[in-house]
Design a protein around this ligand. Structure first.
Ligand code: S3P
Length: 451
């Protein structure tokens, strides 16, 4: 592990395309595997988390190959998955383990799911509880009031449930809906706050009988899913967020991010930055292909001077993964930014409240966290400037990329201990960033003596 050095940099400019959206691709892979026919997934992101889902499906007997058009998945007939010979390795992908638990709940074999270091510390009761209510047998490691991987799941004949989610979670919603595909009777999920609806849209595209009424989603099983043939995955808005913030906080920047996913359940970062005064123009792509599928468009962002804003707790799910880099934006804004109900950040790949406060304080930010009635509240008094410092990724991809953005906009030199975790979601991050900085990105591994 060699630390990266990053120096203050001048204006980012140019046009970029981003790899396909991670959340959508997990669903595309899983639902293609459960459907009749072949599916070609285009703009496929070969990131660590996605390879975890792909590897697990392959171990369950799904044939997946690479073609010149994209990734080809040959769907299996209902109940066609095979019991794996070895435990399935989930790497550190929360979406992989939670969605697959939903799939495995209705299979007639037992599976042991093992996880990497970070995922092994993430709570799983939120998904195990409703799946048990549907009939799955699940054992997991118990610690305190929660459950953690490794998990052993024995599939069963499931029955549909009506379940009100205690925590707003698209992963848990997705798991219940996927389990509902093989359950007897309809399954209903009621969300406290709307979360990303990628599972619902993907199921619809494959012909599932699913309807949405406000915050309530109902799935009627029994209809065999059929592949639409081809799926184009729009660019990942969570990856775009780093460039949106970078270009917004560096004066004179002009960056176009082409064909980015603009699902309303994910666009919170755009809305929040716009409220802060960011100059972001959206050019929606003309709808081609699957009706009702994921909206997408180009984002054109230019440097601006930002002012503080308030993010209320019901807006959190729409920008949960972008909050780390949003905190960076708030540090460069004039005035106070308040992020309410941010507690879920504590149970991501790492405790992202802790990782971001640790780093940003070292750079001189005025950032504090308070316990409040609606959970935890982060308050940032923007200073319009940060200074370079020795930083840590905490093994978390989004903390790492957020700190690269902060370091590029800060005064002086920063050092980040390890950027390899970026591969989890966005292996090409530094390369794409470099194209916006005319190939002059000052991020290089510091040489060790003797190198
Ligand atoms: C995801 C949902 C979110 C998000 C995660 C991906 C998904 O998690 O933080 O990175 O693909 O469904 P929760 O559903 O736990 O909020």
């Amino acid at each position: 592990m060699r630390p990266f050095v990053i120096k203050e940099h001048s204006t980012p400019g140019g046009k970029i395309n981003l790899p396909g959206d991670k959340s959508i691709t997990h669903r595309a892979l899983i639902i293609s595997a459960l459907s009749r026919g072949k599916t070609i997934i285009k703009n496929f992101p070969f990131s660590g988390d996605i390879l975890a889902t792909l590897g697990a499906l392959a171990a369950l007997g799904v044939k997946i190959s690479r073609s010149n058009k994209g990734v080809l998945v040959r769907g299996l007939p209902p109940r066609g998955l095979l019991g794996p010979k070895k435990p399935l390795f989930m790497a550190n992908s929360g979406t992989t383990i939670r969605l697959l638990l939903g799939v495995l709940a209705g299979q007639d074999f037992q599976t042991r799911l093992v996880a990497g270091k970070y995922l092994s510390a993430r709570p799983m009761a939120r998904v195990n509880i409703p799946l048990r209510m549907m009939g799955a047998q699940i054992t997991a490691k118990n610690r305190g009031h929660d459950e953690y991987p490794p998990i052993v799941i024995s599939g069963n004949r499931l029955k549909g449930i009506s379940y009100r989610l205690p925590v707003a979670s698209a992963q848990v919603k997705g798991a219940i809906l996927l389990a509902g595909l093989s359950a007897e009777g309809k399954t209903r999920v009621i969300e406290p706050v709307k979360t990303r609806d990628h599972t619902e849209r993907m199921l619809k595209a494959f012909g599932a009988k699913i309807s949405v009424n406000g915050n309530s989603i109902t799935l009627n099983p029994g209809k065999e899913l059929t592949s639409p043939g081809e799926i184009y995955i729009p660019g990942d808005i969570s990856s775009a967020a780093f460039f949106l913030v970078l270009a917004s906080i560096i004066p004179g920047s002009h960056v176009t991010i082409r064909s980015t996913g603009l699902n309303p359940g994910r666009s919170g970062i755009i809305n929040a930055l716009k409220r802060m005064g960011a100059k972001i123009k959206i050019v929606y792509s003309k709808r081609k292909g699957l009706p009702g599928f994921e909206p997408a468009g180009d984002l054109i962002v230019t440097g601006s001077s930002l002012k503080g804003t308030v993010v209320s707790h019901e807006k959190i799910p729409a920008l949960i993964d972008e909050l780390p880099v949003f905190m960076v934006a708030a540090c460069f804004a004039g005035g106070r930014t308040v992020i309410k109900g941010a507690g879920e950040l504590r149970v991501k790949e790492t405790d992202r409240i802790n990782s971001m406060l640790w780093n940003l304080k070292r750079m001189g930010a005025d950032i504090r966290v308070f316990k409040s009635r609606g959970g935890e509240k982060i308050v940032i008094n923007g200073k319009a400037r940060l200074k370079g410092a020795k930083l840590k990724s905490f093994g978390d991809h989004r903390t790492a990329m957020s700190m690269v953005v902060a370091a590029l906009a800060a005064e002086g030199k920063s050092e980040i201990d390890d950027l390899s975790c970026i591969n989890k979601s966005f292996p090409g991050f530094l390369t794409i960033l470099n194209t916006l900085l005319e190939g002059k990105l000052c991020a290089y591994p510091r040489k060790k003596r003797g190198d």
